[in-house]
Design a binder for this molecule. Sequence first.
Ligand code: T4K
Length: 369
Amino acid sequence: MTNSIYVSRPFLPDFGEMLPLLQDIWDRRVLTNGGPYHQELEAALSERFDGRQVSLVANGMLALTVAIDAAGLEGEVITTPYSFVATTHSVKMGQLTPVFVDIKPDDLNIDPTRIEAAITPRTCAIVAVHCYGNPCNVDMIEDIAKRHNLAVIYDAAHAFGVRFNGRSVLSFGDYATLSFHATKVFNTFEGGAIVTGTSENKAHIDTLKNFGITSESSIPEVGGNAKMSEFNAALGTLQLKHFDNVVRQRGIIDKRYREALADVPGIQCLPIPVGVEPNFSYFPILVTEEYGESRDQLYNRMKEDSIYTRRYFFPLLSGLPMYRDLPSAAAENLPVAIRAAEQVLCLPIYPDLSTEDQDRIIEPIRRRI
Ligand code: T4K
């Protein structure tokens, strides 16, 4: 019987490597609320992210909602329709109105040349996504934000470890948020972080993620519970030791896909942008008309071979029931995103994907040639 292949398979260090860390936690009985592993991981990540301030949280969705809360926003937020649902839901949950702007065909990130036309007197922020870890046009976005006095929050859930022109991609924007979900390039089972530029911002986030408490007798703000436990933080310190190797292995798989699919008419791989040190977190392909079969036909055909790809990102967020009546959700406003959502297929990529399994994934895609 053939084994099933899924889009993602979490990297885990050897079980034995985790045991001394678990023993530490058991010995100390400090299980959460900013314990030693929590502090160690925040410091290690700060160093990796060019000295930016890092606040660990329980998952990537909470990273977004807490960052939006911390930014103190009111009104409309310019954002992309082409993302995981957490992006737009976090805007909505912050009592803000999402305003969708179309994406660029080359990297499927928000198109900065269309942002200014969407700005109104109610616009307060831009929430953009570094989709698949490919950096947005951060220079143009920063320029627009400065001129219109807007906050910038990057949903960098896919972008752990990515560098752009020698700089951590997490060093752009007022806040950048990360997901350490099991399916991510760096995972702590569940987890996430908010990256900011100032210690004041970090202190504020640390208050918001802990019920708004600043001391035993002082609760100056409304906040929730978004804390990461010691277990997840300890696992994170261990994962970090393996991270560069994980990215190297992913890079080998990425290169092999590109070579194997280069001559398949109608299959397009997204280019690695100039100046980017990628993390190879996803391997999206676009199945265009020239392929002669639709994306969904290919998706179903691969499924019959027990290969479970994912249509990240379909359906488009602007088409969901709670967003589709927004004026910015109109189809004529979002032609590039609509097309991408119909054509994209993310192929399995993870560090221990074997050559044989990768060949099994490539074969049904090439079968139509
Ligand atoms: N912003 C963006 C741009 C995001 O992409 C995400 C999450 C977020 C924010 C929010 O971050 P978190 O709150 O999740 O930290 C997955 C993930 O659940 C989600 O984290 C991720 N983006 C999204 C792109 O993909 P699904 O529904 O496709 O995942 P699931 O559970 O079907 O997993 C895919 C495959 O991975 C499975 O078929 C098998 C394999 N798998 C999965 C898990 C969970 C494993 O082998 N082991 C596992 O433990 O959404």
